[in-house]
Design a protein around this ligand. Sequence first.
Ligand SMILES: Nc1ncnc2c1ncn2[C@@H]1O[C@H](COP(=O)(O)OP(=O)(O)OP(=O)(O)O)[C@@H](O)[C@H]1O
Length: 505
Amino acid sequence: MAPERIAGRYDVVREVGRGASGAVYLCEDTTLGRQVAIKRVGGLPGESTPHLARALREARSSAALHHPNVVAIYDAIEEGGHVWLVMEYVPSRTLHQLASNGPLEPTRVAAIGAQVAEALAAAHDRGTIHRDVKPGNILVTDDDTAKISDFGIARTAGDDQLTQTGMVSGTPLYFSPALARGAEPAPADDVWALGASLFAAVEGRAPWPSMANSLAMLVHIADNPPPTPQRAGPLGPVISRMMDVDPQTRPTMAEAAQALRAVADDRGDDAPTAVLAAPGATAATAPVTPVPPTAPPTPLADEPATTTPPPEDPGRRRRLIALLVAAAVLAIALTTAVLIGLGDDDGTDTARTPDEDRSAPPSAEPTGGSDRTPDDGAAEPDPEEPPADATDDAVEEPSPDSSTPTDPEAGGNAGQVVQDYYALLPGDTRAAWDVLGEAMRSSVGSYEDYAAFWATIDAVRVDGVEETGDGTVRVDLTYTSGGGTESETREITVDDGLIVADGVV
Ligand SMILES: Nc1ncnc2c1ncn2[C@@H]1O[C@H](COP(=O)(O)OP(=O)(O)OP(=O)(O)O)[C@@H](O)[C@H]1O
């Protein structure tokens, strides 16, 4: 349930979205008389959970950044086992949501990209790497002002704690090849991720094939040159340079900002020269490996993921070892995210993680269901958007015509629906995804994120089910992952045979 007031000062108006780390609420600051966005992170008693630590890190990283294109952090409050991040409220849609309706016009994407690049260049100047740049973290207002949000996994040089938690807490889809191989995060990885995000916006699809298996995704990124943009016009060469496979010759964020600004201002022949003249092979000139037919390009909307096992090649043993280590870290990050509270939390990205984390322990809380007041702000999901991927962003009402493989008889038997749901997992994520209502899907993230999460779980066992009335069920679960087990109790709400809300008890 959404609280009515937070920290004795912020009146909750409504929920505006959900991410890997929890819900985001529009609130009225009764002291200063202004609107703010408040993001809840964490969910278990005790402040030392990774999410609380992450929230405080996010606050620290972002609060020190004052830039018109960075979502301002006003405060971080610990209350009731959560950290509440008090942020600037930005009535907006994410770039992911915008591009889910189809490819965007190149100069518009360049203008959005320039603003984000300028913000990130400022962050890099002070030693902060964002590490989770993706379309879902770029908020775009009605007048196309862009703000980068969620420095949740940002790392400021010298943050040893985060170094230990590993690099793979971002969304793999936007990882650079070096990051995919397990390298330490660097500013150049943000350049790549922004280039990949702009690619997605202008092409209407992510640069890589969709893969449910995180390891396969990382191997694919590490081993393949990125595709050349087809619809980007004057923006194409800039995106290709930002996605230069060699970080040494990739432009800096400041250079990228300059080039993007020139394209946005229709001066394509000017500033980009500095970027395009950089030495070294560029992604644009690299041979493009055809995408295997079993691994379709990832559209930004509603596309089933396909697992493509990485091709075997003896010469790649060292890289694979690095990738396996990276995947193990990712699995831990994902598991922690979901089991501890992302789920109470995530992509994504993966992470929520997957933006990452996902109902799978579906990571959404009971508030995400059908009783939510529709958002009247710009962050409201576009009803025309294919729901399964409108994802990293706002929460939608369950669709009355959502299909489900569940026996309609089970609609009145919430306990059985939940049992059947977990019986499908972790093996048949596609069928399990079909049991989630639209609100749950939105709060969980994309199907790809969901499948990526479940790929990290070896087994899930239902230890007990108790129906508590009104379609709500308490279920005791034990997850097995990487040889270890973790138990938790979740409260799940079923409506018309679909899971519409879920949270850790
Ligand atoms: N400052 C804000 N103002 C208005 N809406 C916001 C703001 N921050 C986030 N939102 C909305 O809430 C949604 C969820 O935000 P959040 O940052 O939690 O998502 P995420 O990046 O997917 O998750 P996470 O950061 O936990 O990985 C966003 O997609 C956006 O629609």
